[in-house]
Design a protein. Structure first.
Length: 131
């Protein structure tokens, strides 16, 4: 059963000594405070907490800033998994030019564009694309 009091979830996400408990609090669907999530996305103690926060953020400019400037590929992938991240030009840039293959593959997969998908199939092979 989920804790459904957002103020309690925020206290847990800030104060609990266990990183898994903090991450679970951030992941909880009842934690929706955008300002808090943005703060965690930039300043969270672990990349797992920051990833959970970016998955829930709705501010597109924040998502774009994080995907461009964050050092953790895990956090950057969280942006790509966020349905509010839909800047096609930036996604294409990530798919073609990002320095991390992990991000390039995630961006290619996000693009619903046969031209880019065929490029991936040629480069990685169909089996890796589907996994």
């Amino acid at each position: 059963e989920h804790i459904n009091d957002e103020s309690v979830l925020i206290k847990i996400a800030i104060n609990d000594s266990n990183k898994y408990v903090r991450t679970a609090a951030i992941h909880n669907p009842y934690l929706t405070d955008e300002k808090f999530l943005i703060d965690i996305a930039y300043n969270g103690l672990t990349k797992f907490e920051r990833k959970q926060a970016v998955i829930k953020i709705t501010d597109k400019s924040v998502l774009e800033d994080i995907v461009k400037n964050e050092s953790s590929k895990l956090v950057r992938k969280g942006v790509i998994l966020n349905p509010n991240f839909n800047n096609k030009d930036l996604i294409k840039d990530l798919a073609n030019y990002d320095h991390t293959i992990f991000i390039r593959m995630a961006a290619w997969k996000l693009l619903n564009d046969e031209k880019y998908q065929s490029k991936v199939f040629a480069f990685f092979g169909k089996k890796q694309w589907d996994s």
